[in-house]
Design a protein around this ligand. Structure first.
Ligand code: F6R
Length: 252
């Protein structure tokens, strides 16, 4: 796991967009794995700005999002489809049919999960997966205790995750109780993974990620079993590590 330290959220986002744009230049039909949430929003704004100013094209790019709430339609303002359309897709030249997000309204959710896996395979797998991290170490919506061998599946959200995400809803009761998420094994099949973390709220999770052995009780620790992970983390999110801990990191 390589670690790139950023000064703050701005700097983390700038480093992340630079990295992604280099990957797009090298492979204009890249398959990108995308995340929602507060962490990647500035990264997406940077990509939009670059698209407008430098004309980077997304016409051949394929995207797969990590997750979606069960029970919300794509035009619900809290669905992840709505988020992605408004935060990124509507502002770049990517054909909508190239963008994939699990369908939270699918009648047969099991079948939807299988279809999602098959689609990723059909496109040759994910080249670069962008991840945020939950305070409890979740990646995608894989909550603590999710087997590392999990594939795309339905998960019951932890109360702490629902509370954390209620900031986007009018009230906690409106936050869905279930989501579809890529599994941990699905995520680990990406050829490269970029994990982003910013702010004090993530400091404890980052300390666990860097210092603990892999355990299913802390889903992000599965990333230690992947050969090509870059963590871009800002100083606040590194705040719980002391000098000795920092020396153990593979800093680039
Ligand atoms: C989002 C996702 C989640 C978030 C995580 C952090 O698609 O899969 O794992 O990355 O909950 O969320 P933020 O960035 O809002 O702190």
């Amino acid at each position: 796991m390589k670690v790139l330290i950023a000064k703050n959220y701005e700097d983390m986002s700038g480093k992340a967009s630079e990295h992604i744009l280099n990957r797009i230049k090298a492979k204009p039909n890249i398959v990108l794995g995308l995340a929602t949430g507060s962490t990647p929003t500035r990264l997406y704004q940077n990509l939009i700005k670059d698209h407008k100013e430098n004309g980077t094209s997304y016409r051949q790019i394929i995207t797969f999002n990590l997750d979606e709430y069960v029970g919300l339609s794509g035009d619900h303002p809290n669905s992840y489809r709505y988020f992605m359309d408004h935060e990124l897709f509507n502002h770049i030249d990517i054909p909508k049919e190239n963008t994939h997000i699990p369908n939270g309204l699918a009648e047969n959710i099991e079948e939807e999960c299988h279809k999602y896996e098959a689609l990723i395979k059909k496109h040759g797998g994910i080249d670069v997966q962008i991840l945020g991290i939950g305070q409890n170490g979740h990646i995608g919506f894989n909550e603590p205790g999710t087997p590392f061998s999990s594939r795309t599946h339905v998960i019951q959200l932890e109360e702490s995750t629902r509370v954390a995400n209620s900031r986007f809803f009018r009230s906690l009761s409106e936050v869905p109780t279930h989501a579809i998420t890529m599994g941990i094994e699905t995520i680990l099949e990406a050829k490269e993974i970029i994990l982003l973390a910013s702010g004090k709220a993530k400091a404890e999770a980052m300390k666990r990620l860097f210092l603990e052995e892999p355990t299913e009780e802390f889903p992000a620790s599965a990333l230690k079993n992947h050969a090509n992970v870059l963590v871009i983390v800002d100083e606040e999110a590194l705040g719980d590590l002391d000098e000795k801990d920092l020396q153990k990191l593979n800093l680039i």
